[in-house]
Design a binder for this molecule. Structure first.
Ligand code: SF4
Length: 362
């Protein structure tokens, strides 16, 4: 029995790996990469079969954030040429959500820039959530509005919100290196508050922020202790005009090791492949489906993903099925309704990679 067999067996029993085991996954060599993916696949398969859940992002308020998260194109002082707008109207959100649902999304994620919502903002989002749920009663709605204050989580839950996303992003020890306007503890607190209000907790990380392997293991263990239902793993999109512009610290192989480590630490959580997958995993994206059980369909908040149709084709080609989709005959073409039209407000990143910087606008 290999060390990876042991690790997978522990994960199948929902047993936490040791720090040394988690670090060993990150330190493993390229010759072991497929063994790492295969071990993580055993765990993924046990808890999620071959299903891939699709999530669809709607940026309901964009840019002009007073916070200074160093990785974020919407931060205060950001020179990234992303679209800036205040709250979308409910009918605009409903129309956007409908495009994602038509493409196969089972969860719509309503994301707003900002430190956190006012009570009036929460009223507005509650109305929007209710409208989306009325049109798509079987679709989950996740809100991502920043730090929550007293009673806001309960009101979101009462309006029909399924989940709340608030990422820890990095370890507590590294947090001051990626943000100075709020603290790691603030983020932990909001995840806890959301969970206590009955919202499904969604919290994850961003890799590529200059963190060490120890930081990655720390944040994965911290996430496990919060017991999130879903764990998005994002890879830094190093926007020009942000302090982390030009930071290309990831390889496709490292991305797979990070995903596998998170899978072993959070074996039965919906590990979700997030932003940056196209530019960092590149042609290895399909391998990542053997580790994660969920992806975002199409575009991200301020950067372009691969077209939704390509996502569906990738899932089908890799032998996975979209959660909630009717069984399709083998080799059937992916649904033609997947969002495919590039949004002009997004920074286009598909052909970018190490050695290049992301333009402020293209
Ligand atoms: S709080 Fe959110 S929107 Fe604002 S800078 Fe940080 S990550 Fe970006």
């Amino acid at each position: 029995m290999t060390w990876l067999d042991t690790l997978a067996d522990k994960a199948l029993d929902r047993e936490l790996p040791t720090r040394q085991e988690a670090l060993a996954v990150l330190a493993s060599g390229d010759d072991e990469l497929l063994d790492v993916v295969a071990a993580a696949f055993r765990v993924r398969c046990r808890f999620f079969g071959r299903r891939v859940k699709l999530n669809y992002l709607v940026n309901i308020k964009s840019g002009l954030c007073p916070e200074d998260c160093f990785y974020c194109s919407q931060r205060v002082g950001s020179a990234a040429d992303v679209l800036k707008y205040t709250w979308l109207k409910t009918d605009e959100v409903v129309a956007s959500a409908a495009a994602g649902v038509a493409g196969g999304a089972r969860r719509v994620c309503l994301v707003a820039s900002g430190r956190g919502p006012t009570d009036r903002d929460v009223d507005r989002v509650c109305d929007t959530v209710a409208a989306v749920r009325a049109r798509h009663p079987d679709v989950e709605v996740c809100a991502c509005l920043g730090l929550l204050t007293d009673g806001q989580a309960e009101r979101l839950r009462a309006a029909g919100t399924t989940a709340y996303n608030h990422n820890l992003n990095t370890s507590g020890g590294h947090y001051a290196d990626i943000c100075s306007t709020h603290e790691y503890a603030d983020r932990v607190s909001t995840v806890t508050v959301a969970k206590e209000a009955g919202l499904s907790p969604c919290s994850g990380l961003i890799a590529g922020l200059g963190e060490t392997d120890e930081d990655l293991v720390d944040v994965a263990f911290a996430l496990r202790s919060l017991e999130p239902d879903s764990v998005p793993v994002n890879f830094l999109v190093p926007f020009e005009g942000t302090p982390l512009a030009g930071q290309w610290n990831l390889t496709p192989q490292r991305c797979l090791r990070i995903l596998a480590m998170v899978r072993f630490v959070c074996p039965d959580a919906e590990v979700r492949l997030g932003a940056g997958r196209e530019i960092h995993l590149r042609t290895l994206q399909p391998l990542a489906l053997h580790v994660v059980s969920s992806i975002f369909l199409g575009d991200y908040l301020t950067s372009e993903g691969q077209p939704g149709r390509a996502d569906l084709a990738m899932i089908a080609d890799a032998g996975f099925t979209v959660e909630g989709a009717p069984a399709a005959p083998a080799a059937a073409a992916p649904a033609a309704t997947a969002p495919a039209t590039p949004r002009p407000d997004l920074v286009h990143i598909r052909r970018r990679g190490p050695g290049t910087s992301l333009p402020a606008n293209t």
